[in-house]
Design a protein around this ligand. Structure first.
Ligand code: FAD
Length: 901
């Protein structure tokens, strides 16, 4: 072999010599070339493996079949084997090139060779079947052989030993991102750290309308690796990077192209350990494209080379089926057909009305007009009644009952409603009544806001208490540092979270985990209600940021309790049992952008879901991401995981203040248009709702779930709807928070999305259900999850799962008894009230949970408070505090569980 290679190199020299000018060839140069040839032959013989083949990982040394093996002393004092993968003896290319391993016989197939599936699929442009690839190579070999003695083009030859030639790594950027120097610097630094090479900024060579690239604009950053650096990267990729990829199930064999080159994309910086320390300065979460190029020329050989090197291959990725785009002409014909159908239907209706509605002497159109007028009149009457009921509630006329936000839960008519404006008035109200409960925006789905004694009871509406006071210490804690003093906001209990966040944004601050444009309707809860019920957002509880609070006690006196006081844990989540919260002091952060992104996949098995949740929890705890959420669209079988990553960068106040329009953040006003429930109108609507759900067959409801889920998912992921939502100022879905946009928050507003939420909630009597259970033990958590998923017919449009760490507040639904922190899962969904009231609804879910999910809990602010009385936390500890603070039981609610009595 060495003689052959020497001959080949001499031949190459001759070929090159022929190209040199005659005058330049001298004896001296001939001698020089000959020496060079001999030297190169020696090097070839000695270091063949090193130069032409990659060193296979030592772990694979035994299994690999190779021509050359070196025994190397290792740093540990032991010996290891370094082997070089060879051209596969069974490869068709090897045979074609005359390298058959079994002379005269057919090559034996490799054991680990993965047969490429030869399905009958229509080839796309540029695609080749396996036989086409080998034909192409055979043709090239024939052509190269006939060139013997003439000029032979440089580059890889089919008979060369298969080896990796180059690794390309690139990050593609959108024009807006590529124009941002900070992002370019960030990506450059990341690639430099990953590869050890300084990358280059790539400029677009073509206009690409889809991506918004124009010729000459920056469009990404790229780097190419060769030689030892390349092998070093491949080694790391196999041993460190790929195992860190979330839910990694092996790389796809069909990511190898017709020429044996492999391309893959990594979603984020997460798999690269070397980038962990840059997480706080990160401006953008982006994907990486990685190309591993070789000289194989066919897909099976590329696959074998990569398998030989030890890359973990998984299943073949299913082929994407392209939906056929109908031609414009066909569409036009279809539209015409539909118009004709509609016209026909209209005509038929007119005829029907003519026959049915016998208005003497009236024409069809007149009948139609009459019908429309009747409908308008009914609508006007309903609107009138509506406005009247709303007015009754707002003016708290005598005999009016306190209702929750959707008018579904009410205290009795005998319970008074008081709306104090100042602290003194509040204290007087507490002294005046025997039974007192506070309430604000009514976002709870139970009657905890009602007093136990309806005869001498009052609901205190706290919405007039909505002032805030911010204290920024001289050495304030920044968003990414642990030291410094906390920035504090003292907020009165009646202010909504959305308004509080808007006020904070206007000062360059933020609540810890609220995306820039909020998380929809849930931020309409008041600060007092939220603290009382232990509410949470994106898996973080507000009580974690609570530093102090003042409460009006049973005798009307004011009491302050601070973090560190013995009674603080009981007061932090108290359900309003210790007194009326007047104000709370919370720790807030300098505003920093949160980046949001999401991935979708078909719903996997329960054990895989639990694995996913475990990963999610790990990321949350290691600060890889600030918050995560798993969303199940059960009817269409989609699981979506969403992530929020704090960028660490503190945004300047001016950046938040001035949006593109130049306006400042407006206050948040929630009109609460459905706070009816005072009279015949509400009773009528509730009865219709009840009947409609009772009569509609289950299969029809299940059938309806599919379009509803699809619409909701589209609302979150379709770029078209995203544009529409932006135009309408729907800040409901968070994809506006992607990338740099998040630095210019517009604040929370009552938008069309909130309006749509309200209408749906009112029309269907929607209720929020939230079930909480620990993530460990795993099989137990799986059974709990199965119990909820088995009630998919109740979850109208999706199920959300958050993971949250335990807290030591005795009444918190994520109470964990000291010691090691426990991770809890919060499974929440929205279901129509009438459906939940059926035996297959809440009752069945509760029964399943009792049977399969011991230790499950409920959220104090949400539904599922019917019949069951499971206890959790440390009720005895809480009751001791309650007995001291409220000896007469003044703040007891109407329907608390018996274990809290
Ligand atoms: C659409 C929607 C989405 C929601 N999303 C979430 C969510 O993501 N996460 C979550 O945790 N919860 C969520 N909830 C539940 C909600 O956060 C809680 O029910 C919260 O308590 C509602 O606050 P509120 O001001 O509306 O209180 P209300 O319903 O008026 O009162 C709630 C409870 O708190 C007590 N209370 C209120 N104010 C005081 C006070 N000043 N002093 C003492 N006690 C008081 C009341 O007595 C009552 O028991 C959601 C609710 C809705 C309607």
């Amino acid at each position: 072999a060495s003689m052959a290679s020497m001959a080949a190199s001499v031949h190459q020299l001759r070929v090159r010599n022929q190209r040199t000018p005659r005058g330049a060839s001298s004896n001296k140069s001939r001698l020089g070339f000959a020496a060079l040839g001999l030297a190169s032959a020696a090097v070839w013989v000695g270091l063949r493996g090193h130069l032409t083949g990659p060193p296979a990982p030592l772990a694979l040394a035994e299994s690999a079949t190779s021509e050359l093996a070196f025994v190397l002393p290792l740093a540990s004092g032991q010996y290891g084997i370094l082997q070089c993968p060879s051209v596969r003896s069974s490869s068709q290319v090897a045979r074609l090139a005359g390298y058959d391993a079994v002379p005269g016989g057919k090559p034996v197939a490799d054991e680990d060779e993965v047969p490429m599936e030869q399905k009958k699929v229509r080839l796309r442009p540029g695609e080749e079947t396996e036989s086409m690839q080998f034909d192409r190579v055979a043709k090239k070999i024939r052509w190269l052989k006939q060139l013997k003695g003439k000029f032979v083009p440089v580059g890889a030859k089919p008979w060369n030993k298969h080896a990796f030639t180059k690794v390309c790594m690139q990050v593609r950027l959108m024009p807006k991102q590529a124009a941002n120097t900070k992002i370019i610097n960030q990506v450059t630094e990341e690639l430099r750290r990953i590869t050890g090479m300084h990358p280059r900024v790539v400029k677009a060579k073509h206009n690409v309308a889809k991506l918004g690239w124009r010729i000459g604009d920056n469009c990404g950053v790229a780097v190419s690796l060769f030689g030892p650096k390349m092998y070093d990267f491949l080694e790391r990729m196999n041993t460190i990077i790929l195992p860190r990829v979330r839910d990694f199930e092996g790389i796809y064999p069909n990511s190898i192209d017709n020429f044996g080159n492999f391309w893959m994309s990594l979603d984020s910086q997460e798999p690269f350990k070397e980038l962990d320390e840059l997480i706080d300065q990160r401006e953008l979460v982006h994907s990486f494209d990685i190309g591993i190029l070789n000289n194989c020329m066919t897909q099976p050989d590329g696959l074998a080379l990569m398998q030989g090197y030890g890359f973990p291959f998984g299943e073949t990725r299913p082929r994407k089926v392209k939906t056929k785009v109908k031609s414009f002409e066909k569409k036009k014909v279809e539209v015409k057909k539909r118009v004709r159908l509609a016209a026909g239907l209209g005509a038929k209706m007119c005829l029907f009305m003519k026959v049915q509605v016998t208005f003497p002497g009236r024409c069809c159109c007149c009948s139609f007009l009459l019908l429309v007028s009747a409908l308008v009149a009914v609508a006007a009457i309903v609107a009138g009644l509506w406005v009247e009921e709303l007015k009754l509630f707002r003016n708290s006329a005598p005999g009016v009952q306190w209702v929750n936000w959707s008018g579904e839960f009410g205290c009795s008519n005998s319970v008074a409603i008081e709306r104090p404006k100042r602290l003194q008035e509040l204290q007087n109200v507490v002294r005046k009544y025997r039974s007192v409960r506070a309430a604000a925006n009514g976002h709870s789905f139970n009657t905890f806001a009602c007093p136990a004694d309806p005869a001498d009871g009052v609901v205190v509406d706290m919405r007039e208490f909505n002032r805030i006071e911010v204290t920024i210490p001289p050495r304030a804690k920044c968003a990414s540092c642990a030291d410094g003093e906390p920035i504090e906001v003292k907020a009165e209990a009646g202010i909504s979270l959305a308004q509080l966040q808007n006020e904070l944004l206007a000062r360059g601050l933020t609540l810890r985990l609220v995306p820039p444009d909020g998380v929809g309707r849930s931020l309409a809860s008041s600060v007092g209600g939220c603290i009382a019920t232990g509410c949470h957002h994106l898996g973080q509880s507000l009580a974690q940021d609570l530093l102090a609070m003042t409460l009006v006690q049973h005798d009307g006196s004011l009491r302050e309790v601070k973090r560190g006081d013995p009674d603080f844990p009981a007061a932090a989540v108290s359900m309003g049992r210790l007194g009326i919260i007047h104000s709370v002091t919370l720790e807030v952060l300098p505003y920093r952008s949160l980046q949001w992104w999401a991935e979708q996949q078909p719903i996997p098995t329960t054990s895989k879901i639990i694995d996913h949740l475990r990963n999610m929890t790990r990321r949350q705890m290691s600060r890889d991401s600030g918050a995560n959420k798993l969303v199940f669209y059960l009817a269409i079988g989609v699981m979506m995981s969403e992530h929020w990553v704090p960028m660490g960068r503190e945004t300047k106040v001016t950046e938040i203040h001035t949006q593109e329009s130049g306006s400042i953040i407006e206050p948040y006003e929630d009109p609460q248009v459905f706070r009816v429930g005072q009279g015949s109108l509400s009773a009528g609507i509730a009865a219709i709702r009840q009947e409609a759900f009772a009569l509609t067959p289950r299969w029809l409801l299940s059938l309806l779930q599919v379009p509803v889920e699809m619409a909701i998912r589209e609302l979150h992921s379709s770029p078209l709807l995203s544009g529409l939502r932006k135009a309408l100022r729907w800040q409901h879905a968070p994809e506006e928070a992607q990338g740099d946009v998040s630095a210019k928050s517009g604040g929370n507003q009552y938008t069309w999305a909130a309006w749509a939420d309200d209408v749906m909630s009112f029309a269907l009597g929607l209720r929020q259900i939230e079930v909480i259970f620990p993530l460990d033990p795993e099989d137990q958590a799986g059974r709990c999850l199965d119990a909820v998923l088995a009630h998919q017919h109740l979850a109208l449009w999706r199920i959300d799962v958050h993971s949250q760490q335990s807290e030591d507040f005795p009444l918190s639904s994520t109470f964990g008894a000291g010691g090691k922190p426990v991770q809890f899962l919060r499974v929440a969904f929205v279901g129509p009230g009438p459906l939940l009231d059926l035996p297959s609804g809440e009752a069945s879910l509760t029964e399943h949970l009792r049977r399969d999910c011991p230790g499950w809990r409920r959220h104090w602010g949400k539904g599922l408070w019917g019949s069951t009385q499971e206890r959790w936390g440390e009720p005895s500890q809480f009751l001791k505090v309650a007995a001291r603070w409220d000896p007469s039981g003044k703040f007891k609610p109407k329907s608390q569980p018996s274990w809290l009595d």
